[in-house]
Ligand binder design. Sequence first.
Ligand SMILES: *Cc1c(COP(=O)(O)O)cnc(C)c1O
Length: 495
Amino acid sequence: MRQDILRSIPSVHELLESPEISKLLAIYPRQLVVDAIRAVLEDVRQTLTHKKDLLQQGNNRDTSPSCPPCEGEETGEVKEFVEAQTIALSPQRLSILVRQFLRQKYCGIGHAINATGIILHTGLGRAPLADEAARQIQNVLQSFCTLEIERLTGRRGVRYHHVEQLICMITGAEAALVVNNNAAAVLLVLDTLARGKEVVISRSQLVEIGGSFRMPDVMSKGGAILVEVGTTNKTYLTDYSNAITERTGLILKVHQSNFKIVGFTEMVDLKDLVLLGRERSIPVVYDLGSGALIDPERFGLPREPTVQESIEDGADIVTFSTDKLLGGPQGGIIAGKKKWIDLLKRNPLTRALRVGKLTIAALEATLKLYLDEGLAEKKIPVLAMMFASVETIEERCKKLISKITPEAKTFMDISTVEGISEMGGGSLPGEGIPTKLISLHSEKINAGELAAQLRGNTPPIFARIEQDRVLLDMRTVYDNEVDMIAAALENIGSS
Ligand SMILES: *Cc1c(COP(=O)(O)O)cnc(C)c1O
């Protein structure tokens, strides 16, 4: 009996030839499909052996989760058991298992729907690009491009030339350089200007940014000696001036991107640090982090220091991310006085931190939008999401609810509730943006399972869970994703 069942398991070869599985070969490399078939068949073989044993012991219900569901399985009857196995072993059923296996094991990078309301979600790729930037990547991707060549003379050019011009035009800086991310920017500045020298920094600014970027550690990697001044909550100008010696390489100010100190506090303005630096001939570097080019305060949100005002206040160098509030591809910009930027450009480390043509293409296109702020606010997704009105978001909620059929609504309660979106990515900490959320609640499955099913959708949908409710923040959902969410809910409600 057991032998019969085991013998009826199709071979890898048979499955590869079946129409269901051969469809998968158009999506996944053959090697991965073969791998997945082997794994699934092995699992089925084990389950069958296991079930058979249980059956013979008279214990015929197996509830272990690793058993593939065998529709129509009835207790006791060996005959029905065998029939159920035949269904379980059908190419259709097996192809579903193979597909699930491939999806779980080799999902890799792909489109995801961000319904968390966290605009700069590092797990979900931080800033999504503007159409203009995505198109420009496409343009340079499938052909040769003018990355490092002078069109007029045909001579070798400089890859950063055009993007540098744009940065200077927008920020008012004399010169600029682009590297892989802001962490690299800070490292390069320290390595160039402060290797073996002292760096004066306030105790309130020794931040840790997510993903193991800790200021004191970056300092030692850059070969700099950390000189902490002031206290956690209060640092005065005299704390800085007393700490300056002939060994001082630079004064560093770091934006408290992802935390806030409130209450009895004191910080030194950039302007005052700049005056001190000039007096003692020491460069002042400002690690801005989020790199806002438009102050969110203009839209009633909390203030963020902008790159332009930091340059205007006289910072010798500012560093910032290009995929935070700027809304471009991953990258870091170092902008400031030409004298210092020229030094940085000559550091061999710059070559190791240089960005590829895709980054340059996307960054140039994103920066071009900033030449007209109105355009930037509309076309750069991070800004558009940040500044979207509650009415716009509510409309999206209504549209979603209108697409859900009564059947799905009997499976789960769906309503619109008020809530808070977050900027994320170490920007505007603790300062939520009022939003509208879709709240899902089901008597049949708990919120954790519901959220897991949403993540299992194609594309995966990421949501928040609060008090046994799944919350979908429509601020970070694109209009064309509303239908996809509706279809996913419909699927879950009818399964
Ligand atoms: C985010 C941030 C960084 C790190 O920037 P990445 O682009 O993520 O490398 C460094 N410093 C500050 C102050 C930040 O906010």
